[in-house]
Design a protein around this ligand. Structure first.
Ligand SMILES: Nc1ncnc2c1ncn2[C@@H]1O[C@H](COP(=O)(O)OP(=O)(O)O)[C@@H](O)[C@H]1O
Ligand SMILES: [Mg+2]
Length: 418
């Protein structure tokens, strides 16, 4: 442990807090802060991110136990030690059931306190190592494609859903689609599925999910696409922390060759996490002036945060039919070539509204063919050149059988998918 661990002391009783703090200091640790029970404790813990939390326990137990549980919800990885003047086994048992990692009978001396803090920190470190080992065994990382746009209504979800389905059809590989729109995600509607679990459940259960249980969090669409839905209540997103969202994408990309993420039309914490996880960003905008302006603003914000921009590809979705900004001007304004252009297509809209993606329902419609081509271009099927992901060194293929190097391999793949 490089830095000296900091301990947050939580107790309703000021005198008890004082005693506990004294012990923490005497045992060579730092006191990060102190708080009473309930929300006080939780908000301070979130702000300070201590290494360990000490919670005092006395009758009525409910308040202490609730505080332990809320602290765990907010900071699941931070070990909690409960202390009490009571030496009753039953009390200790209830503290442990609530999630405490150790129980310290008071009065204790500095040595007891020090041992307890060291023990819970070491056990947490071992848990983290197991977790890393476990997920490392899941396999190498697949590609993550984040579909972003600086505005609502530009066609992000339509592109994400059709692209994801087309990727399954064209590659036969494991593809996951994550609804990362923490405003009003509508991936489920566009695929007409009824999820039982969603992003909130998976991010909450990250530390215990295994390769075997992961599918339970997703819905398998008729196309074979694995969908991780957004919660039905947008407020439920508040319990999803950006770093957990990132870890979740990491996990999904170890069991899927490609993960597609749909996002909200603004740069919030979750969108930023989705952009950071991305190997490729498909940036959707229309030719409307406002859409171009907002894209420029978002791009500038990312630039000032030193975002690795080379993964961004600009896509025009031709929803704005008249008086639009020209493609040339858009490219110049954003400082990026236009990578793709999706035509306006009534069938694409109908498919989205009926919950049947156009690439499945109307495969010969112009918009559907365009989106299937997008999938092929992204992974490099049919094009004489390597796929975009491959060129960027980001694509991982599963079945090596028909896969040779270079063009021959691309051909073989093409025939296979026919
Ligand atoms: N290429 C297209 N042609 C016709 N309609 C489209 C096209 N792309 C998107 N739409 C429609 O535009 C509307 C907004 O699309 P949506 O994907 O929900 O946007 P966003 O996710 O950016 O808010 C939807 O009704 C969708 O069906
Ligand atoms: Mg959307």
């Amino acid at each position: 442990m490089a830095k000296i661990p900091a301990v947050l002391v939580v107790d309703q009783d000021a005198k008890a807090r004082y005693d506990a703090k004294r012990l923490v200091k005497a045992s060579r640790f730092i006191v990060a802060g102190e708080a009473g029970f309930g929300t006080d404790a939780v908000s301070l813990a979130v702000e300070l991110e201590p290494d360990v939390v000490l919670v005092g326990m006395k009758e009525p137990l409910v308040r202490s136990l609730q505080t332990v549980e809320s602290l765990l919800n907010a900071l699941p990885e931070t070990p909690i030690i409960v202390y009490s003047a009571s030496r009753e086994i039953e009390l200790a048992r209830r503290a442990m059931l609530a999630g405490a990692r150790d129980f310290l009978a008071m009065p204790a001396n500095a040595e007891d306190m020090g041992k307890s803090i060291t023990a819970v920190l070491e056990s947490e470190e071992r848990r983290q190592m197991r977790l890393r080992g476990q997920t490392a065994a899941w396999g190498p990382q697949g590609s993550v494609i984040t579909v972003f746009g600086a505005k609502g209504g530009v066609g992000k979800t339509t592109v994400a859903v059709n692209l994801a389905v087309a990727l399954v059809q064209e590659t036969g590989q494991a593809v996951a689609l994550v609804d990362g729109d923490n405003g009003f995600g509508d991936v489920s509607g566009m695929l007409n599925i009824t999820p039982e679990r969603n992003v909130v459940d998976l991010t909450r259960d990250l530390s215990k999910v295994t390769r075997e249980t992961l599918p339970k969090y997703m819905v398998q669409h008729a196309s074979g696409l694995n969908v991780l839905a957004a919660p039905a209540q947008t407020m439920d997103w508040r319990s999803v922390k950006p770093e957990d969202f990132r870890k979740m994408i990491d996990l999904l990309s170890k069991s899927h060759e490609i993960v597609v993420i749909d996002t909200a039309g603004l740069l919030n914490d979750i969108t930023l996490a989705a952009l950071e996880s991305a190997s490729l960003v498909l940036w959707v905008l229309t030719t409307e002036y406002a859409s171009v302006r907002d894209s420029l603003r978002a791009l500038e914000a990312l630039r000032s945060a030193s975002y690795a921009e080379e993964r961004i590809r600009i896509m025009i979705n031709d929803l704005a039919m008249r008086n639009g900004v020209s493609a040339g001007t858009i490219g110049e304004t954003l400082g990026h070539e236009i990578f793709w252009r999706v035509p306006f297509d009534q069938r694409v809209r109908q498919g989205a509204q009926m919950g049947e993606p156009a690439v499945l329902k109307y495969p010969s419609a112009a918009g559907a063919r365009n989106l299937t081509d997008l999938a092929r271009t992204v992974v490099g099927i049919r094009s004489r050149r390597q796929g975009l992901l491959e060129r960027l060194g980001l694509f991982r293929r599963r079945a090596p059988a028909a896969q040779a190097e270079g063009e021959g391999g691309t051909k073989a793949k093409e025939n296979q998918s026919k």
